[in-house]
Write a protein that binds this ligand. Sequence first.
Ligand SMILES: [Zn+2]
Length: 153
Amino acid sequence: MSEPFKIYIDRLRGGANQVIDAQLDPSFLDVNEPDLSFPEPVQLKGDAYLTDEHLIIHLKASAKAIRLCAICNQPTPTEVVVHNFYHTEMIQDIPSAVFDFREVLREALLIEIPLVVECNEGKCPERGAIAPFMSSKERKENPTYFPFTDIDM
Ligand SMILES: [Zn+2]
């Protein structure tokens, strides 16, 4: 599929169901964060169809992101999954009769990226090396201790 994000309304008229089953280059996510990368294609599975007045797009989207552990800075893979992406668009609002769902899908995936990851399934081996220097009170009052709160979406 050369235009994987485009839904052609005319092809769906008469009750057709367009199956969406694609592996997309993650560059469409357009993320330029030094500590965030997507090493694998984004998987899409779902379909698109019309009701009387609406285009419905229903997808499961999954990606693998690599973030740096908030404690030890090791690259840490994390799954980013939108289990139930569901987008409706009024057909009359699609004057070109082609709907491009790239932006809405991109936004749905980006909000699923965890702001903070910790390696070793949340048990970073260096956690114990840091904890003695911070009381639990300090940790509560200093959430900015975690350096990834400024992600720009
Ligand atoms: Zn770690």
